[in-house]
Design a protein around this ligand. Sequence first.
Ligand SMILES: *Cc1c(COP(=O)(O)O)cnc(C)c1O
Length: 368
Amino acid sequence: MQFTDLKAQYAALKPSIDARIQRVLDHGQYIMGPEVQELEAKLSAFTGSRHCITVASGTEALLIALMALDLKRGDEVITTPFTFAATAETILLAGLEPVFVDVEPDTCNIDAKLIEAEITPRTRAIMPVSLYGQVADMDEINAIAAKHGLAVIEDAAQSFGALYQGRRSCALSTFGATSFFPSKPLGCYGDGGALFTDDDCLAQAAREIRVHGQSARYTHTRLGVGGRMDTLQCAVVLAKLERFEWELRRRAEIGARYQRLLADVPGLTQVTVRPDRNSVYAQLTVMVEHRAAGQAALTAAGVPTAVHYPKPLNLQPAYAAHCCPECCEVSRGLAERVLSLPMSADLTASDQDTVVAALRSAIVQAGG
Ligand SMILES: *Cc1c(COP(=O)(O)O)cnc(C)c1O
């Protein structure tokens, strides 16, 4: 059993992926070829966002969004510590200061009620993460941002395709930043990402930053990066879009089935999905006591698992100077209990049954 089954997906899409790649090899425009624009047009139509700018990775998408906002060294960005390192890493790389706000114990997303208390005269932006594939309380976050004149950057690396009150993740705030890392809900065969915005000026800034800050060839108007997404990777995503809607339906079905099958497992808590939104289950994550023993029993039963994430960022050495290890108690508690189970659009019902049965006995073995 695979944790994320990319082989079955390739088998299903092989003719279109191979043809798309071959077309790029034939025309030879490896950088900014026609597939780049084609993908940007399709993704902006899909999300309902005015602009899509493809970039080299999800990390680059976050960094370019922050750079486009034109902030001053030491300005503060409010975010969550219960996320992948890239979220806070890009804030520091942009010369800004991350301010960590704890998460909700049931959704694992930033707790919007705690944000306002952390706003200072230096606060410039809020960067919520749509963790595991579910958007955070974006209405509340946008309202706080509007009141204080802040930008909102959604770290949507795990939530491409998710719905929030009928609207798509990535099109809900100043910027939406996503990743096409192979195991994300929409992935390429290497690194890739995209930035979304409705703001024409910010979109132009992001496009220039993506190519070393050039407003015209060899006219470097602003500081930039080498942040383009390869034509070949855009071609792979274009092929994968052919069955993406089907994959989203499958993910929803498999997620709902997990929810039913896990409902009566003692000592296990599921991540809550709020009624006004859905999850694309980038990770199918549950909370268990005695995780180490449970995970070992699952490994022994041939069920691959992962932990997203074993330490909140406020406990990581690289960020120690920017926060207190005693803060964000909910995040620290979750980091000890979360466990991610196999999930992909091609997961079979029988493999899913195997996972649930193994999890049930692993929990009993581990002592409830
Ligand atoms: C994957 C991920 C990123 C980074 O994306 P890359 O494409 O790997 O650079 C950023 N934030 C979160 C929450 C992620 O899961």
